[in-house]
Design a protein around this ligand. Structure first.
Ligand SMILES: NC(=O)c1ccc[n+]([C@@H]2O[C@H](COP(=O)([O-])OP(=O)(O)OC[C@H]3O[C@@H](n4cnc5c(N)ncnc54)[C@H](OP(=O)(O)O)[C@@H]3O)[C@@H](O)[C@H]2O)c1
Length: 266
C-alpha cells in the first residue's frame, strides 16, 4: 500500500515539528507548512534521512485570509493527496486586549480559529470519500480554563477549537476518519519566547509542570489513532481540566486572576 500523507501546520518549531517527526516515524509522508522556510527545509531533510519518507515544504502565512485555499490548491497542483491534517500553528499575545494591535488580534483569530476550520472543510471531503483520514487539532488546557486577563482571546479561541473538534468527531464517526483534539499545558517550545513571557512563566511555574513537545506529540498521535475525541497530556494538565469543570465559576475566575498576577499581566 502506498504511504499516507499528512499536512502539518506550524511545523517549523515546537509541537508541530514534533508531530511531523512522529507521523514520519510511523510511515507517513509529511507536508510541512509555516512561514519560515529554513527550519522547514532543515526538518524535511532530517525527516527524509531518518525515516525514508517524503517530506514536502510549502511556506504560507496563515494570517492571510487567502492562505488556506491557496495552500490546498498548491497541494493539488503538486499532485499530493492529503490523508491527514494537523491544525497546530498558533501563537499568543500577553500584552492585554487594549495594548494588542487590531492586526495581531485578527492574525490570532485567522491562524488559530478560521484557518483550522477552513482547512478541515477543504480537506475532509476527500478523506471521507476515500474512507480514511486523520485530523488532529492542537488546542490547549487554556480552552477549558476561565479566560485570563492579558491574553484575553487565546483561551476562547482554543475553546472554539475544542468544541468544533468534538462536533467533527461526531460527524465523521463510521467514515474511517478520526478527529481528535489535544489540550497541551505548558510545553517546552518557542511559544513563550515568541510571546515574550519566557522569564515570567519559567519563574512562576516549576520545571516539573512542563512537558516536552515530543511527549505531547506522541500522546496526540496515539489518541487520534485510537479515535479518541479528546486527550489532555500529562497528569497535571488532566487535573487542571477536571478542576475547571467542577469548580464554581467565582472560584475558578479567582484562580485565573492569580495566574495572570503571577505573570504580572494585570
Ligand atoms: N507551548 C505551550 O506551552 C503550548 C501549550 C498549549 C497549547 N499550545 C499550542 O500548540 C501549538 C503549537 O505551539 P508551540 O508551543 O509549538 O509554539 P511554537 O514553538 O512557537 O510554534 C508555533 C508554530 O506556529 C507557526 N505559526 C505561527 N504563526 C503562523 C502564521 N501566521 N502562519 C503560519 N504558521 C504560523 C510557527 O511557524 P512560523 O513562525 O515559521 O510561521 C511555528 O511553526 C499552538 O497552537 C499553541 O497554541 C502550546
Amino acid at each position: 500500500m502506498s504511504r499516507r500523507t499528512i499536512l502539518v501546520t506550524g511545523a517549523s518549531a515546537g509541537i508541530g515539528a514534533a508531530l511531523a517527526r512522529v507521523y514520519a516515524s510511523e510511515g507517513w509522508n509529511v507536508v510541512l507548512t509555516a512561514r519560515r522556510e529554513p527550519p522547514l527545509r532543515a526538518l524535511a531533510d532530517q525527516i527524509e534521512a531518518a525515516h525514508g519518507v517524503t517530506a514536502a515544504v510549502v511556506t504560507e502565512d496563515l494570517a492571510d485570509p487567502a492562505a488556506p485555499e491557496r495552500l490546498v490548491a498548491t497541494l493539488a497542483s503538486r499532485g499530493l493527496t492529503i490523508d491527514g491534517l494537523v491544525n497546530n500553528a498558533g501563537f499568543s499575545r500577553v500584552t492585554g486586549f487594549l495594548q494588542t494591535s487590531l492586526a495581531d488580534h485578527r492574525a490570532m483569530l485567522q491562524v488559530m480559529l478560521i484557518a483550522p476550520a477552513e482547512l478541515s472543510r477543504l480537506l475532509l471531503p476527500g478523506m471521507v470519500e476515500r474512507g480514511f483520514g486523520r485530523v488532529l487539532n492542537v488546542a490547549s488546557v487554556a480552552g477549558h480554563l476561565p479566560a485570563t486577563g492579558g491574553d484575553t482571546l487565546y483561551g476562547p479561541i482554543k475553546s472554539f477549537l475544542i468544541k468544533a473538534s468534538q462536533g467533527l468527531h461526531l460527524e465523521t464517526q463510521g467514515t474511517g476518519v478520526h478527529v481528535t483534539v489535544i489540550n497541551p499545558g505548558y510545553t517546552l517550545t518557542e511559544f513563550h519566547d515568541v510571546n515574550g513571557s519566557r522569564a515570567e512563566v519559567s519563574k512562576a511555574y516549576p520545571a516539573w509542570m512542563w512537558m516536552t513537545a515530543d511527549r505531547v506529540a506522541r500522546i496526540g498521535f496515539a489518541a487520534c489513532e485510537a479515535n479518541r475525541p479528546q486527550v489532555t497530556p500529562g497528569p497535571m494538565n488532566t487535573v487542571l481540566v477536571a478542576l475547571a469543570r467542577h469548580l464554581p465559576e467565582g472560584l475558578a475566575l479567582k484562580m485565573a486572576a492569580g495566574h495572570a498576577r503571577r505573570l504580572a499581566r494585570i
